[in-house]
Design a protein around this ligand. Structure first.
Ligand code: FE
Length: 338
């Protein structure tokens, strides 16, 4: 007997039969997400189903590893951040389609692959932060504003080639067309206070130090900085702005999951996917990571609650994924990083 069906397994759980003793039930996960960010959800899953989650965590090289393992790969699921990386796995034919009404009911369709190869689990807002003491409330409200000459020499960002910025530029291309997006990017470039360097938090630090007045970062770094002694003053120096509230909403990216093409435990893998998309796991993600659940009706607590409700751009992320290669070339053309 290879795998019991999900139904059998759930029946066993309902009857209080220890599945671990009857069969070695497991699911193997390859993750780019840090262990502390997803382990609590895996533990809750195991407690609920008896299925053990074996997770391999890595910083890079997962795609190459899956490729070289081929049909012999033990991986059932892949977890990663950013639409770019998720679509890279699909484009390399390393994933498979998963049909699940349960997942589809939880994950909005703009945050999953049209062919059901990847699914968003958490979402992250790409926000603007502004120096509290040098930028007035309401002085900047959109991504488009970042190119306004008013901000000459006052903007900081990380590399234009970083996945977060490539996705942002891809969004601008989808909204405005390539030509206007390039004019905008040129404008942002000419407003930079310094050559792009460092990570998102580094830009907030630069605002604190007076190097610049505006930066573009993912929202959860605010959540991380406020609980870090050294970084809290950086976070305290800035105001959070959710861009484009009067029109299309704030650009959102995701972290997500995909089933590996040769998953040896597909039933367990699907069960884990469905659990992670559930209200229970979505709520945990928000609490542990400070990321937004993909399902908007989940009630927020703590820092996320304090940021308040905002309008999210519901542009389909697969459109963003399609524009990535061209966006990256655009970064080179405007010499954004030079
Ligand atoms: Fe990040």
């Amino acid at each position: 007997m290879k795998h019991p069906s999900a139904l059998l397994l759930l029946t066993m759980v309902a009857l209080g039969i220890s599945t671990q003793n009857v069969l070695a039930q497991e699911v193997n996960v390859y993750s780019y997400r840090k262990p502390q960010l997803i382990k609590p959800m895996f533990e809750a899953f195991t407690a609920k189903t008896g299925v053990k989650v074996n997770a391999v965590f890595a910083q890079k090289g997962m795609l190459e590893r899956l490729k070289s393992e081929g049909r012999n790969s033990p991986a059932d699921l892949v977890f990663t951040t950013d639409i770019g990386r998720l679509s890279d796995f699909k484009n390399a034919a390393l994933t498979q389609s998963v049909q699940s009404d349960i997942i589809n009911a939880q994950v909005p369709d703009n945050l999953r692959d049209p062919d059901n190869h990847w699914f968003g689990l958490t979402s992250r807002a790409r926000i603007i932060v502004a120096a509290k003491d040098r930028v007035a409330d309401g002085e900047i409200t959109t991504y488009e504003d970042l190119a306004d000459p008013e901000w000459n020499g006052r903007v900081c960002t990380r590399s234009g080639k970083h996945a977060y910025n490539v996705a942002l530029i891809s969004m601008m291309m989808a909204v405005h067309g390539d030509e206007k997006a390039e004019t905008w990017l040129n404008g942002v470039k000419s407003n930079l206070a310094r050559k792009p360097e460092g990570n998102d938090r580094g830009q907030v630090k630069a605002i604190k130090e007076g190097v610049c007045d505006l930066a573009v970062i993912n929202h959860y770094y605010m959540f991380q900085m406020i609980s870090d002694k050294e970084q809290k003053p950086w976070a305290d120096a800035v105001r959070v702005i959710f861009p484009n509230q009067q029109d299309r909403g704030t650009h959102m990216n995701i972290s997500g999951m995909a089933m590996a093409r040769y998953a040896p435990n597909p039933d367990n893998a699907r069960m884990l996917m469905e659990f992670l998309a559930s209200d229970q796991a979505q709520g945990m993600y928000a609490e542990v990571n400070g990321e937004y659940p993909v399902k908007q009706s989940i009630v927020l607590t703590g820092y996320l609650q304090s940021l308040g409700a905002f309008k999210r751009d519901n542009l389909a992320l697969d459109k963003v994924a399609t524009n990535r290669a061209e966006a990256s070339k655009m970064v080179d053309r405007v010499a954004y990083n030079e």
